[in-house]
Design a protein around this ligand. Structure first.
Ligand SMILES: [Zn+2]
Length: 371
């Protein structure tokens, strides 16, 4: 499965349904929660019922919903797919399916553009991770992307046997020799990590080793590799690929939370200082409209009904007349989703936060602004 890229999300966000709205459907197909295909179908039916009740007789949207239904009911390979994202605009014959190895929140959104907020969140949260596991004579290196293994390699340097029969060797010489071999092994492990980094690239590194060995290996890692080290772990060297993958996912999630907390703290200080930060839905939407946003910070799951001006693209909570150009605006199910798409279209960074209490206090949305 090819991982979704930032470019693909931007391309999707750039599509405009000129003849008819775009239907975006996210479906949670995670085998851990939806055990049988029938469970997935029930989840889909629930979403479609709500969407059909709201479609207002639009033929293109009705066709979108039918196409989504056919796609899902036609059968899915869920062995590697835990989340499904479908985008349809039948009037333009526009149809995209993205299979994700991570779960999504089930949701149908009908709007002028594809609703890419959740895809952005997936990309944001799951960067490439390297995992380096080392003991005294073995080293294993893995690279994961979006929870999937993309690279696996290993080195083995056998240590000299302790009960050597060669009596010309003094104990001191033997000890020195063993220490030299051990250092050489750690250098091999570090070289392997750097080669994998050059071939595959990764944003973060997790190191699994005993505490004393971890300190030694860190000292010999290439600078580019060492500066990506985010966590030490006690993943055993002989763990299965799947155990390593799950352990890496846990560390990834923790790193994601820490990064979110850091952005929210910057936002909180910027708002308090009356500087380059705005908080709350109205001030933040205004900053998006004025194209002042550097980083948009949104609490995951925050939705808000609002309005969009088809003429000047203004968005806000209060309708129906546009405060800028006085055109009558369109009501939208979720103006937060619109803000995320606009921000992406302006090449802003978007940080989606999960359960961050400090952001909730700020009004669940805010932005670091350029001026
Ligand atoms: Zn307007």
């Amino acid at each position: 499965m090819a991982a979704i890229t930032e470019e693909q999300v931007r391309e999707l966000a750039g599509f405009r349904g000129k003849l008819a709205p775009v239907t975006s459907c996210y479906l949670d197909v995670d085998g851990a929660r939806q055990i049988r295909h029938q469970d997935v179908v029930r989840e889909l039916d629930r979403l479609l019922r709500v969407a059909r009740a709201r479609q207002n007789g639009d033929h293109s949207v009705a066709n979108d919903l039918r196409r989504i239904e056919e796609h899902v009911k036609g059968g899915l390979d869920r062995s590697r797919t835990r989340g499904l994202a479908m985008f349809s605009c039948s009037a333009h014959d526009f149809w995209r399916v993205i299979e994700l190895p991570v779960p999504v929140r089930s949701q149908v959104v009908v709007n002028h553009t594809p609703s890419v907020g959740q895809l952005e969140q997936v990309i944001d949260q799951y960067e490439r991770f390297g995992v380096l596991l080392v003991d005294r004579q073995r080293a294993r290196m893995f690279v994961f992307e979006l929870g999937e293994l993309v690279e696996s390699t290993a080195v083995f340097d056998q240590l000299p046997r302790g009960d050597d029969d060669d009596h010309s060797y003094t104990k001191d010489q033997a000890r020195d020799h063993t220490a030299a071999r051990a250092r050489q092994h750690l250098r091999h492990a570090a070289d392997m990590a750097f080669t994998v980094f050059q071939d595959q690239g990764f944003e973060h590194l997790i190191l699994g080793a005993s505490d004393d060995l971890a300190t030694e290996i860190e000292a010999v890692l290439h600078t580019y590799v060492r500066e990506r080290l985010v966590a030490r772990s006690h993943i055993p060297l002989h763990a299965s690929d799947d155990e390593i993958r799950l352990a890496a996912l846990e560390v990834e999630a923790a790193v994601g939370r820490a990064k979110e907390a850091e952005v929210v703290e910057r936002l909180r200080q910027a708002v308090r200082a009356g500087g380059r930060g705005v908080a709350g839905v109205d001030a933040t939407l205004a900053a998006v409209v004025e194209r002042r946003v550097d980083t948009l910070v949104v609490s995951c799951g925050y939705t808000q009904v609002g309005w969009r001006c088809g003429t000047c693209r203004w968005i806000g909570r209060i309708g129906r007349t546009c405060p800028v150009c006085e055109t009558e605006m369109d009501q939208v199910d979720d103006v937060i989703e619109q803000a995320i798409e606009d921000a992406l279209g302006q090449s802003c960074k978007v940080e989606m936060c999960v359960g961050n209490a400090d952001l909730d206090v700020l009004g669940r949305i805010g932005a670091l602004v350029r001026y």
